[in-house]
Design a protein around this ligand. Structure first.
Ligand SMILES: *[C@@H]1O[C@H](CO)[C@@H](O)[C@H](O)[C@H]1NC(C)=O
Ligand SMILES: *[C@@H]1O[C@H](CO)[C@@H](O)[C@H](O)[C@H]1NC(C)=O
Ligand SMILES: *[C@@H]1O[C@H](CO)[C@@H](O)[C@H](O)[C@H]1NC(C)=O
Ligand SMILES: *[C@@H]1O[C@H](CO)[C@@H](O)[C@H](O)[C@H]1NC(C)=O
Ligand SMILES: *[C@@H]1O[C@H](CO)[C@@H](O)[C@H](O)[C@H]1NC(C)=O
Ligand SMILES: *[C@@H]1O[C@H](CO)[C@@H](O)[C@H](O)[C@H]1NC(C)=O
Ligand SMILES: *[C@@H]1O[C@H](CO)[C@@H](O)[C@H](O)[C@H]1NC(C)=O
Ligand SMILES: *[C@@H]1O[C@H](CO)[C@@H](O)[C@H](O)[C@H]1NC(C)=O
Length: 548
């Protein structure tokens, strides 16, 4: 595995704010995501957001008065936010709806401006839309985030919102066109969680959404998602992966105490993390490099190179940080008590590089008390219910339904994990108990009943990335039989790509010989082609009066 093109920056830190990640996030990081009360109502001042006015559509809070899990029911409506771009629209063209998923919809506006939505809208003379998911951004159906008020935050309710949108939206300035789904083809696109979301949408609302593209769509909900690190293990630079596995095993033999529990304090101090009390919090603070793969993107302005920076350093045989030399005797001892004395001569430099990397990134980024910087436990913080605690939404979704707790403990015995086995389900699920009083595993069946790995439907495309940590939860998972790739059910793996790489795009004046990479250009062209073919079917049927 090699990175494509972009320049490594040693100072770039992993994108810790990425919600969809799998490992517990320190409370100090969540604190930074708490919105100021005014931040919830003012329009994002971001440059792209400024070019698109935001609209809202009044939407039922509770679409399922027949289902007791939503009791007490609500007859109310809330304002769901969306943006659209009709610059390419010609009468008869489709509506391309990007489901924004588990973040503010404003973060998805670049896809409307120059990414996949702009590309599909331009290829089909359609209208591009970004539709915000309930309980994210500014689309709040409730006044606060007490656990009872989170009951309307289910994928089923959000899917029903998306169907309701197509049936009820009136686009400003386009009132003279019949844009109801009986007369206009609606095509959904989503990446990651939203990718699974649009796949289920197509299956549940086939008469409303005529087609869908699921990019890195995690259609299989998995509670213990130890497979998150399989992409790095299988495709990552071998020297880096081997060193990470062995150092992690030394750490585990000391932390879990098979042989060296007396050395726990010495181990933490060697990494510069002597102030972190909990062993899994300490182990979690070591994972920043190896978990950076997800944030690697072909577009240098959107990418974090952290995974490759880390791997170049830790995989290197020579000492990278000269000031770690003084730790050599300590590291040799730790390796020995950690069970790898037989490889001390080759492992020591890698271990010193790992230590240097952690000190240079994580430790250096903490300018206060280490316990405050790295602890993931704080019942008082998690118990807050103000609407400004917007970090609560995705954990609620994964604690109740989606799972995806990334662990080291789930790795089969006999395989060396890339993160510590102390990162286990109780550690990863602690937020579920502290924030929501949820102590039972997520109800993954609520999602997997729609098909999981096997989810398929006519005019539903699956586009995935070969190196994506989330591939193991998609229909392109390695163990799942390969499907045929057809215009009706497109099924493409982008070579040497990571997480929903087809979603980004560049303005014509930003492209270069290498950007976007050929594999991305090809798959985006393919998406335009198969959507155009779907629209030919739509037009043929509509000419016969046989719709939807
Ligand atoms: C409620 O109605 C929807 C269709 O509107 C149906 O799919 C669902 O199964 C029903 N739920 C219950 C609990 O009956
Ligand atoms: C759309 O078509 C369905 C099924 O034919 C019909 O029940 C519905 O009333 C139509 N909606 C509109 C707005 O025409
Ligand atoms: C190891 O690091 C040295 C010094 O930075 C560098 O010259 C060398 O190319 C690196 N080796 C590998 C295999 O990355
Ligand atoms: C246990 O630690 C001792 C040194 O204290 C070392 O010689 C031995 O190899 C270790 N054994 C295992 C199984 O890790
Ligand atoms: C060193 O010991 C480990 C653990 O016992 C073993 O897996 C590994 O193969 C040994 N390495 C060598 C070079 O013998
Ligand atoms: C937490 O849930 C248990 C049952 O699962 C219940 O007995 C307890 O009262 C709940 N605690 C809070 C604070 O809601
Ligand atoms: C998924 O599809 C494969 C191949 O058609 C089949 O063998 C398998 O049983 C299916 N799995 C489930 C859970 O339906
Ligand atoms: C590139 O093109 C975009 C869209 O047409 C435009 O907004 C932007 O100003 C251009 N950038 C430069 C540097 O010319």
């Amino acid at each position: 595995m090699v990175r494509c093109g972009s320049v490594a920056s040693l100072l770039s830190l992993p994108l810790l704010t990425e919600a969809f990640q799998g490992l517990p996030v320190p409370v100090s990081v969540l604190r930074k995501q708490v919105k100021s009360p005014s931040g919830l109502s003012v329009q994002e001042t971001d440059e792209v957001a400024a070019t698109y006015p935001a609209y809202t559509i009044s939407t039922p809070i509770d679409h399922f008065h027949n289902d007791s899990i939503y009791e007490p029911h609500s007859d109310g409506y809330y304002d769901m936010r969306y943006w659209f771009d009709a610059q390419y629209y010609e009468e008869g063209g489709p509506v391309i709806v990007l489901a924004a998923g588990e973040t503010s919809g404003a973060n998805r506006l670049p896809f409307l401006q120059k990414g996949i939505v702009a590309q599909l809208a331009s290829a089909t003379k359609g209208i591009g839309v970004i539709l915000e998911h309930r309980y994210y951004g500014e689309s709040w159906p409730v006044p606060d985030l007490s656990t009872p008020n989170l009951r309307f935050l289910t994928t089923d309710q959000a899917l029903a919102d998306t169907a309701y949108f197509a049936q009820n939206v009136k686009f400003e300035g386009l009132e003279d066109y019949d844009l109801s789904p009986n007369n206009t083809a609606y095509i959904a696109y989503g990446g990651s969680y939203a990718g699974a979301f649009v796949a289920i949408l197509r299956k549940l609302y086939p008469d409303i959404y005529y087609g869908a593209i699921s990019s890195s769509g995690v259609t299989e909900a998995i509670y213990d998602y130890w497979q998150y690190f399989e992409a790095a293990r299988i495709f990552g630079p071998p020297a880096c992966i081997e060193a990470t596995q062995k150092v992690t095993n030394v750490v585990d033999n000391i932390l879990i105490g098979h042989n060296g529990s007396d050395y726990v304090t010495e181990l933490k101090k060697a990494f510069g993390l002597g102030g972190v009390k909990s062993n899994p919090d300490f182990a979690n603070a070591l994972t920043g490099g190896i978990s950076g793969l997800q944030s690697y993107n072909w577009d240098p302005t959107q990418s974090s190179d952290e995974f490759f920076v880390y791997c170049d350093i830790v995989g290197n045989d020579t000492v990278y940080y000269p000031d770690t030399e003084s730790l050599r005797p300590t590291v040799e001892k730790l390796i020995s008590v950690g069970g790898w004395e037989n490889e001390t001569s080759t492992l020591t430099n890698h271990f010193l590089n790992y230590i240097g990397y952690v000190r240079d990134t994580r430790v250096a980024s903490c300018d206060g008390d280490q316990e405050e910087c790295f602890s993931t436990s704080d019942p008082d913080f998690y118990a807050q219910t103000a609407i400004t605690q917007t970090w609560k939404s995705w954990p609620y979704q994964y604690c109740t339904q989606w799972g995806y707790l990334a662990t080291g403990s789930g790795v089969p015995a006999g395989q060396l994990p890339l993160i510590s086995r102390t990162i286990d389900i109780p550690y990863n699920a602690a937020i579920c108990a502290q924030a929501f009083n949820i102590t039972t595993p997520s109800d993954v069946e609520a999602i997997n009943k729609y098909g999981g790995f096997n989810l398929s439907y006519p005019r539903l495309a699956f586009i995935d990335g070969e190196w994506d940590p989330w591939r193991a939860a998609t229909p392109h998972a390695l163990e799942v039989p390969e499907r045929p790739d057809t215009i009706d059910e497109p099924f493409r793996l982008i070579a040497k790509a990571v997480h929903h790489w087809d979603e980004n795009g560049l303005f014509p004046n930003e492209t270069t010989a290498d950007l976007p990479p050929t594999a991305v250009k090809e798959v985006q062209q393919y998406e335009a082609v198969f959507v155009q073919e779907w629209l030919k079917e739509w037009n043929a049927k509509s000419a016969k009066g046989g719709l939807p």
